[in-house]
Ligand binder design. Sequence first.
Ligand SMILES: [Zn+2]
Length: 413
Amino acid sequence: MTRPVHRVAPATDTPVRQGSLRAHNLDLIFRQIVGRRAPISRSELAAATGLTRPTISRIVEELLAGGLIVEAGPARSGNSGRPRVGLNLAPTGPAGLGLDIRVDTLTACVVDLTGAVRHLAFAPRAEAGSGSGSEEILSSLAAMAGEAIGAAAAENLTVVGATLAVPGPVQDGVVRFAPALGWRDVDARAALQARIARPGLPVLVGNDANLAALGELYASAPELRDFVCVSGEFDIGAGIVLAGTPLRGARGWSGGLGHVMVDSDGPPCACGATGCLQCYAGLQEILAAVPASGLPPHQSPAVAIDALVAAGSPAILTALERAGTALGTALSALVNIVDVDTVLLSGSYSLLASWLTEGIERELRRRVLTAGWAPVEVRPAPLGPDAAVIGAALSAIDAVRRDPNSWIARAPG
Ligand SMILES: [Zn+2]
C-alpha cells in the first residue's frame, strides 16, 4: 500500500508542493474506492490510508464535485450504530470506448467508471465497404465510434479515450502483422484519430487476446488472479495474467500461442514454420476438415462449426477432438512454465467449449507436472466473445482510474 505523505511533508511547503501533495492524497483515496466492489465509508478510507478525517472529508468533497464518485447511501452501520454513508464510483462522467474486429462483425462498446457496459453495438463485416481492406474497416469503426460517443453523451458519459483490439502484434499504434486481416504495418491509431469526429481523443491499439484477458480479469476480480485466456477468433492468442497483472512482454507481444509447435512433423503454417498449434486448432483449419462446408465470406466459423456438429458431421467432431488435443498440448507447456490455475476459453472458443474441453483437460492431466495434486481448471470465459471489446473499453478508461486528477482538472465546474 502506498503510504500517505502528509505526515512527512515539511511545514514550509510551497504552493506547488502543496498542490502535488493534494494530488497525491486524492490519488491515494481514489485508488481505495476503485479497488473495492462494495461502497466504502469515510471512516474506512481513513483507516485504510492513514490520512486524517479532515483530509479525507476535503478530498471526498472534491471527488464528489468532480463527478468521479457518488454517495451510495447508508450501506451499513458502524460500531456506534450510526449509519455510514458509502462511497462508490460514479456511473456518469468519464467513460472508455472499445472497438474490436471479428471475423463476421465490427464491435463498439462503452464502459463507465464502474466497469459496467453502457453501450454495445455490432455491424456486419460485410457492410464494411466493398472488402476487408484496412481503409474500409477503419472508416467503419470510426463511424461506429462516433455513434457510441453520441450514445454515451446521451447518458451523461464523456468518452475519454478509445482502444482498438486487433488480432496481431501492435507497436506504437501500428499493427505490424495481422495475417487474418491481411494487414501489415497499418497505422491504425493515426487512421482512427483522423477519422473519429472527436479531435484530440486519445486512441490506443492493442492485441485482442491480451485485451480479452484484461476484460476477464476485471469481470472476475478478485477471485481470478492467475489465468490464461485463450481465444481463437483469428490467430490463436493467449492473454496471460499473473498475480492479477496482465503479462505484456517486453514489447507487448506475449501470448502468441498459435505458433507454438505441437508436432515437429506437422504441416506448414502460414507463419513459415511447421506443426504450429494454429494448423490444428485454428477455426478455419477445423472447418477445413469438412471440404464442402462452403463458408460465406465474413461468416463466423464458430457458427458454421456449431451447425456442422448439430448436423452430425463425423468429420467436424474428429477435427474438434484433434483441436482439443493440440490446444491441451500447447497449453500444458505454457502452464508448466507460468503456473496458472485456470484456463479460460474465450472469443469463439467460448462457443465451442463443450467440444474442446475434454481434450484440453486430458492433455493437461498428462503433461502438467503438478496436475496430480493441483488440477488446472478449464472453462468458458464469462464474457464470451465480447471479452476483447470490453477489455479494450476498460483499457481506454484506465487513464482516469490511474490519474483521477487529470479528469478533475478538465471537468467543468
Ligand atoms: Zn505458425
